[in-house]
Design a protein around this ligand. Structure first.
Ligand SMILES: Cc1cc2nc3c(=O)[nH]c(=O)nc-3n(C[C@H](O)[C@H](O)[C@H](O)COP(=O)(O)OP(=O)(O)OC[C@H]3O[C@@H](n4cnc5c(N)ncnc54)[C@H](O)[C@@H]3O)c2cc1C
Ligand SMILES: NC(=O)c1ccc[n+]([C@@H]2O[C@H](COP(=O)([O-])OP(=O)(O)OC[C@H]3O[C@@H](n4cnc5c(N)ncnc54)[C@H](OP(=O)(O)O)[C@@H]3O)[C@@H](O)[C@H]2O)c1
Length: 247
């Protein structure tokens, strides 16, 4: 059972028709970039809670979550209506193993997300760890349409701060675009387009991959990487692939 604190919404950003960020002031135990926390609302006398990745880095407040309003989703339908001053329940502890301390050393760190799965990677990228540990850091962020590609300003700031070390590769799958790659991440690994675009090969020796978001993307990408000789990372059986499924 989560121990709930009563948090206060201090700001809300609406990025598009369905996509929001919520900024919440609440006590929380120290956490690692990449972890998630449960947030909840009392709905018809019942506390309905769901996990949300923290977008803010550990030393930054307020807490920030990035979420999509899922059609008929019991919680997100209500989350989308919150505004400044509203209360929200926040678990006192964050959890999760999609953190850099769990990722072995390599030359290149690939962070691959669909949709809201970019959130924990933005938290990781706002810390010093990736820049101290990896020669190259690639953020791959796949969405359906350009209007789903949130946080572009924050990503541009990362590019400016870490030139040469950071590469951003957006994918837009459902409309033409003159700056993003078309299609899906796993197919672009299979046909070599992703690595050709970045100019780095993915290999067991030089790469660590973190995957987050749509479980179908996580599964298909994992399979594409397994075909290339990579394997899931486990503490007692080190590999190259670390993942988090959002549903
Ligand atoms: C570890 C973890 C971290 C998560 N972090 C986030 C996060 O940072 N942001 C976020 O938006 N969601 C996140 N989720 C999903 C989140 O917990 C909820 O499931 C989601 O917000 C929908 O809640 P709901 O009650 O409205 O619907 P639910 O009944 O929970 O979900 C209904 C359906 O919506 C779809 N769905 C759920 N989440 C998403 C999503 N993110 N994008 C697209 N489709 C989705 C799935 O088909 C799911 O079966 C995370 C889930 C896990 C397990
Ligand atoms: N985003 C919107 O504008 C919108 C509008 C209405 C409803 N919704 C609802 O929101 C949820 C989805 O939100 P979303 O757009 O963030 O997530 P999504 O469906 O996970 O799509 C995000 C990206 O992941 C890709 N993807 C899906 N399956 C994949 C796979 N097996 N391998 C690799 N890539 C894969 C998608 O490509 P493809 O495009 O090729 O699938 C897309 O580029 C659904 O519940 C949907 O009904 C969203």
């Amino acid at each position: 059972m989560a121990a709930w604190n009563v948090g206060k919404v201090v700001e809300r950003t609406q990025w598009s028709k369905m996509l929001y960020s919520l900024y919440v002031e609440s006590d929380i135990e120290p956490f690692e970039a990449g972890q998630f926390v449960k947030m909840a609302l009392e709905i018809n006398g019942e506390v309905i809670g769901r996990p949300y990745s923290l977008v803010n880095p550990p030393d930054h407040r307020p807490l920030e979550i990035y979420y999509i309003e899922v059609p008929n989703g019991p919680l997100t339908f209500r989350l989308a209506k919150l505004s400044s001053g509203d209360e929200i329940l926040v678990a006192s502890r964050a959890h999760g193993f999609m953190i850099l301390d769990e990722v072995p050393q390599a030359k290149c760190l690939w962070l691959m997300a669909t949709g809201t799965g970019v959130g924990p990677f933005l938290s990781i990228l706002a810390t010093d760890k990736p820049w101290q540990r990896f020669e190259r850091v690639v953020l791959v962020y796949a969405v359906r349409t350009l209007s789903d590609l949130s946080y572009q300003e924050r990503i541009s700031q990362i590019s400016v701060k870490h030139p040469g070390q950071f590469t951003f590769i957006p994918f837009i799958s459902r409309e033409p675009s003159d700056f993003a790659l078309p299609g899906r991440i796993p197919q672009a690994i299979i046909d070599g387009r992703l690595e050709a675009h970045v100019g780095i090969n993915i290999s067991t020796e030089n790469s660590q991959i973190m995957l987050c978001g749509n479980p179908h993307m996580v599964k298909d990408t994992t399979n594409a990487l397994i075909e290339r000789g990579l394997k899931k990372h486990r503490r007692f059986d080190p590999g190259q692939i670390t993942m988090e499924n959002y549903w």
